[in-house]
Design a binder for this molecule. Structure first.
Ligand code: CFM
Ligand code: HCA
Length: 540
């Protein structure tokens, strides 16, 4: 096969920037960097998107209501705002529940909204909100109701927290809490994650002290059961004899959150969306956290081993090895079949705040290279791979994370492992503080681009002609019209699961089909068409 020639990445970068007005170019330049895993360059991230640029990002309400709270089945998620905010968020994310799941209510398929009208914008919407809470309570008698503020709520000044307090007292047996997650809070979904973490921690975590048993008790943080991923991870944990106390929040219940402080370890899949929760639980309850990754067969094996090492139990470690040995043969046989067809193909990934990194593992297992990648709303630690303590402000009563220590009962909540234990474990090969971001794992000269714009992705595709581009639904058909298949890494294009060993096999097969289909060669990209065709396009 002929060796493919690539344009020089710094020339690509220059070309991308050249079209922008000088001020815009100056700002974007800081978010488009040439990677060097040895000497990680600084990347500008988590800053405001330049107005007028077509971004992939979403809003704070999406991060809070849709992402973090959305997958919990028995909290009534009541949106305070105009109906559109609710309707367009209704069942748009592929969090699954299954019939054989825990007993009890499941409100995930419903759409609850106060349906705010002009009159409420003028005279205030608190009365309507109280009515809606009462109505939801009368109809369903839920254990909990979460209120999610959309943009107008903040603008007119409705106090959702006061309403929550009042209705909690009036109703007596329903936990009601509000989220000030107006879409405009912060620069992206990321602010919404933070708001969600704070309120769930404050109003729910720690309410149920019951020891539900289990020898190796963990919480799984930042796994949202997209396409059934959590089911596959649950299957593996169960097979190994590891007890899952709570999941934040794929396939979860509010009861799990209430009891989650009884776990001995927090493992984190998506650090971006839930690191606040992990830090707060470590500070208040002494539960250490550790990064894991169940995307990729090798990564899954490594993650199971890390969990087993943490518990320092010979039987568990042996069991984990048995499970890995049982799961791997199928994975290997599929890789063997697919590899010759996928090897050397090129991928680009622009997704959210963790998958653009995690999925590089799976492509690596297929012999595919990631030439360029970036997050929509990751922070610098997600790129550069440093473990930083986020500056957490919870509310007016609990001003910062350090104050959580004061509210914890030191008799009941001692650190599960002392600093000395952790240091010893590190010497023995398990550094629970190890945390790698995207850039240390990417090759030198690859392009790392934060909050990529539509124009920049078009340029990348034109100049590199990747074999596959990974992003979301807004990007999918635009990219495919350029003759490049797009794999949705948010919804998995309605496929999946992709986590764990079974998930890896599903992914290999799907990617093989996509990068080897000849149908893409039949499409002419806009820059390949002649003038007449372009004119036709423009007048359409
Ligand atoms: Fe975490 Fe997520 Fe992601 Fe995310 Fe999201 Fe998502 Fe995503 Mo869409 S929590 S950061 S805010 S892994 S919804 S389940 S797929 S952008 S990469
Ligand atoms: C969100 C949710 C989203 C959108 C996916 C997409 C998801 O950010 O509001 O753009 O295809 O995963 O459902 O990220």
């Amino acid at each position: 096969e002929p060796v493919r020639k690539f344009p020089d990445p710094s020339a690509v970068r220059d070309e991308m920037l050249q079209k922008y007005p000088p001020k815009v170019a100056k700002k974007r330049a800081k978010s488009i960097v040439l990677n060097d895993p040895e000497e990680i360059p600084q990347v500008q991230a988590n800053t405001r998107t330049i107005p007028g640029i077509i971004t992939q990002r979403g809003c704070s309400y999406a991060g809070c209501k849709g992402v973090v709270l959305g997958p919990t089945r028995d909290i009534v998620n009541l949106v305070h705002g105009p109906i559109g905010c609710s309707f367009y968020a209704w069942l748009t994310r592929r969090n699954q529940t299954r019939p054989d799941g825990p007993e009890g209510a499941n409100y995930m398929t419903y759409c609850f909204s106060t349906d705010m009208q002009e009159e409420h914008i003028v005279f205030g919407g608190e009365k309507k909100l109280k009515q809606a809470i009462q109505e939801a309570y009368d109809l369903f008698h839920p254990k909990a109701i979460g209120i999610f503020s959309t943009c107008p709520v903040g603008l007119i000044g409705d106090d959702v927290h006061a309403v929550a307090r009042e209705m909690r007292e009036t109703l007596g047996d329903c936990n009601i809490f509000g989220f000030s997650c107006e879409g405009y809070k912060g620069v992206s979904q990321s602010a919404g994650h933070h708001i969600a973490n704070n309120q769930v921690f404050k109003h729910v975590v720690g309410l149920d002290d019951t020891d539900k048993g289990g020898k190796f008790k963990i919480n799984m943080l930042g796994e949202y059961n997209i396409g059934g991923d959590a089911f596959e991870i649950e299957r593996l944990l169960e097979k190994c004899g590891i007890t899952l106390v709570a999941s934040f929040s794929g396939n979860s219940t509010i009861g799990q959150f209430e009891n989650s402080h009884t776990a001995d370890l927090n493992v984190i899949m998506c650090h971006r969306s839930i690191n606040y929760m992990a830090e707060m639980m470590e500070t208040k309850y002494g539960i250490p956290w550790m990064k894991v990754n169940f995307i990729g067969a090798e990564a899954s094996a490594k993650s199971l081993r890390r969990i087993a090492r943490y518990f320092e139990d010979d039987e568990l470690m042996a069991r984990v090895e048995e499970v890995i040995a049982e799961e791997m043969p199928v994975v290997r046989s599929v890789v063997e079949d697919v590899y010759p067809r996928t090897k050397g193909k090129l991928a680009m990934l622009f997704v959210g705040g963790s998958r653009a990194h995690h999925y590089q593992e799976l492509f690596g297992e297929l012999g595919m290279e990631t030439l360029s990648a970036g997050y929509e709303f990751g922070h610098r630690d997600d790129y550069e791979g440093r473990r930083v303590i986020p500056s957490i402000k919870i509310d007016a009563d609990t001003k910062n994370i350090e104050e959580l220590k004061v509210t914890a009962d030191p008799e009941r909540y001692r650190p599960r492992k002392s600093e000395e234990d952790l240091a010893r474990l590190k010497e023995e090969g398990l550094d629970i503080r190890e945390y790698e971001g995207m850039m240390p794992d990417m090759k030198k000269g690859t392009l790392v681009i934060d909050d990529i714009s539509h124009y920049e992705s078009e340029k990348l595709i034109e100049l590199y002609k990747p074999d596959i581009f990974c992003a979301g639904i807004k990007e999918k058909y635009v990219v495919q019209k350029m003759g490049v298949p797009l794999k949705q890494l948010h919804s998995y294009d309605y496929g999946g699961p992709y986590a764990g060993f079974t998930g890896a096999v599903n992914f290999y097969k799907d990617i093989d089909r996509m990068v080897n289909s000849r149908v893409w060669k039949l499409i002419q990209a806009p820059w390949e068409e002649d003038g007449a065709a372009l004119e036709l396009e423009a007048s359409y």
